[in-house]
Write a new protein. Structure first.
Ligand SMILES: [Zn+2]
Lengths: 283, 315
């Protein structure tokens, strides 16, 4: 896919890119300025410091599926604002703002496509939508994605990014942990592999459920992955956290994931894994 | 002596008056008995009124009350021939989650639950009921054991949450919780969970993905503590009461949302005022649920549990 196509696909942001400010991307890690085109051609990875920036479903689907070709999988609508929640703002207004900002209905999208010619359903959690937080709609989409994979007889890949559960949905958000887990049990019974790609950041209840239940666990470099927040830990134990704590490489060292893979290598790695784990077609 | 909560001040004042009158001895000319009876009546009415309309934040304080019965009291009051089992076979034996074999009203069961401890040394020993990965992995091991030998699983949930610490993270806190939840959902034997105090987030659901979920009248069950929610969404933990109300974490709200299946009544003034009454009520509720699940084939038990959790939030 060309850069222009990608910009066009990224609407409603496309229009803003005409301004001079948007010709440049400032790396969140090294603070250096990079041409947006160069940055995007580099898969939203900083060409200076290799920082893997957070990206949404559209970019993931474009980057991972063969030729970027994919078919979106609709999830049933979830009840909105089940608790009539309001903090300093109404939850419904926060959702509206997130929808306007991202162009998505909620924080999780699924699509079917091929990687190295092999069918697969990928679900992507988008940190840009309310911190990727897991509420009923995310649970609904996760279940829909897994069920679609079962129906097609293909592997399921979850690409996680979340600050945790969506507090505005209270205990219903907590219930999405067992809910997603049931869907995965069914995937397993169907003999289909479940691959998790952890991205920055994956924390809280998302980590403590589907993000850690993969048959194979992959992470992008330096992604923050953990159960408890770092400030909570510091306040509880009153100790400095070790260097690199809760980063992908740290988890690899502690036996919590199988591999840390650069974004450039993901299609190849996923393709090989699917080749090993997906049901073999009868010759 | 009961530790009074903030909103019980008037009751505390009355009880102090009653105690003072009692201390005056039994001088018949003072007619103290009548005064005492009148004050006791007033105190119990007041307590009843207060507890009939506790706010979610007040319930949170009741659920955390230091005198509230917890795991060891339920084990002593409800189960015979308690045989604790220990260890996750990998790292250690986490004292924040206890478990073992027991007989419950004629049934053989596996009992697993959080233990908070009830004085400073025991609270330290049990890490205030905040489990580490080895605690959840012990729970997984015991659930698998129960499943193999056909024993129903009864869990007693009472935790502010899983322990947030460096070693807990290094040993895979998130994975341990995820696997424990998965194990609950994979059981072919009946599982009944009771939220007896605090049901705190992932640390609670890891032991609560059960066929039937009971909850005490004044227990709380939430995705994050009210203080945590307030400090994130309101940017000050002073708004914990607002957060508790907004998150709908009371048993009454959660029954309406179909997150729990049954509310277990507490004695007036909360479980800590008459622990033996609370414990017996919980026992009756557990027995009722186990009766309802007994005799079902393994597939049906598992499928029913899966369907229930698959529908969570579907409205
Ligand atoms: Zn950079």
């Amino acid at each position: 896919m060309s850069w222009l196509d990608r910009v066009r696909n990224a609407l409603p942001f496309g229009a803003k890119r005409d301004t001079a400010d948007n010709l440049w991307h400032k790396c969140r890690q090294c603070q250096q300025m990079v041409f947006v085109k160069e940055w995007e051609d580099n898969l939203n990875v900083c060409p200076r410091c290799d920082h893997h920036d957070r990206i949404g479903a559209k970019e993931r689907f474009a980057q991972l599926f063969d030729g970027g070709i994919h078919e979106l999988i609709a999830a049933p609508a979830a009840p909105e604002d089940p608790l009539k929640f309001r903090d300093t703002k109404k939850y419904v207004d926060r959702i509206k703002a997130a929808r306007a900002q991202t162009g998505d209905r909620d924080a999780y999208q699924n699509a079917f496509g091929r990687i190295a010619g092999q069918g697969v359903v990928i679900g992507v959690q988008d940190f840009a939508f309310m911190g990727g937080s897991m509420g009923v709609a995310v649970g609904e989409a996760f279940v829909a994605g897994v069920e679609n994979a079962i129906k097609r007889g293909v592997p399921y890949i979850a690409i996680t990014a979340a600050g945790g559960a969506r507090m505005q949905e209270g205990t219903l958000s907590l219930m999405q942990m067992p809910r997603a887990t049931v869907a995965l049990a069914r995937l397993r019974r169907a003999g289909l592999p479940y691959i998790v790609l952890l991205t920055d950041p994956t924390t809280g209840g998302v980590t403590a459920s589907y993000a850690m239940l993969g048959d194979v666990q992959i992470s992008e470099p330096k992604a923050l992955i953990g159960f408890a927040g770092q400030r909570v830990i510091e306040n509880t134990i009153r100790e400095k956290l070790p260097e690199g704590f809760q980063r992908a490489e740290y988890l690899l060292d502690h036996g919590m994931i199988d591999m840390v893979v650069h974004r450039k290598e993901l299609p190849e790695t996923l393709g090989r894994l699917i080749g090993y784990l997906a049901p073999e077609k009868a010759a | 002596m009961t530790a009074f909560l903030d909103f019980e001040k008037q009751v505390a004042a009355l009880d102090r008056q009653i105690a003072e009158l009692r201390d005056m001895g039994d001088d018949p000319t003072l007619n103290i008995d009548n005064d005492i009876a009148r004050l006791e009546d007033k105190s119990s009415k007041l307590l009843r009124d207060i507890y009939a309309k506790l706010t979610p934040w007040q319930k949170t304080q009741v659920a955390r009350h230091p005198d509230r019965p917890h795991f060891k009291h339920y084990v002593a009051g409800l189960f015979d021939d308690w045989m604790p089992l220990a260890g996750d076979r990998n790292f250690g034996d986490d004292q924040a989650i206890l478990g073992g074999l027991a007989r419950f009203r004629g049934r053989r069961v596996m009992v697993i639950g959080h233990e908070k401890g009830d004085d400073i040394p025991s609270r330290m020993k049990h890490n205030f009921g905040m489990a580490k990965p080895e605690g959840y992995r012990k729970a997984i091991r015991l659930m698998q054991l129960a499943d193999r030998f056909g024993l129903p699983v009864v869990t007693l949930v009472d935790t502010s949450g899983a322990f947030p610490g460096i070693q807990a993270e290094e040993r895979g806190q998130a994975e341990a919780i995820a696997r424990s939840t998965e194990q609950c959902l994979a059981l072919g034997v009946p599982m009944v969970a009771a939220i007896v105090g605090e049901g705190g987030s992932g640390g609670a659901i890891a032991l609560a993905a059960a066929n039937r979920v009971l909850m005490f009248e004044h227990a709380v069950y939430s995705v994050i503590s009210p203080e945590g929610c307030a400090s994130i969404l309101w940017r000050t933990s002073d708004k914990a009461a607002d957060a508790a109300a907004a998150m709908k974490m009371s048993a009454q709200d959660l029954l309406g949302l179909k997150i729990i299946d049954r509310i277990v009544a507490e004695p007036v003034g909360g479980a800590h005022r008459a622990p033996e009454v609370a414990i017996a009520s919980l026992g009756d509720a557990i027995a009722l649920e186990l009766d309802g699940l007994s005799g079902l084939p393994r597939d049906a038990i598992l499928a029913a549990r899966e369907e229930k959790f698959l529908a969570m939030g579907r409205g």
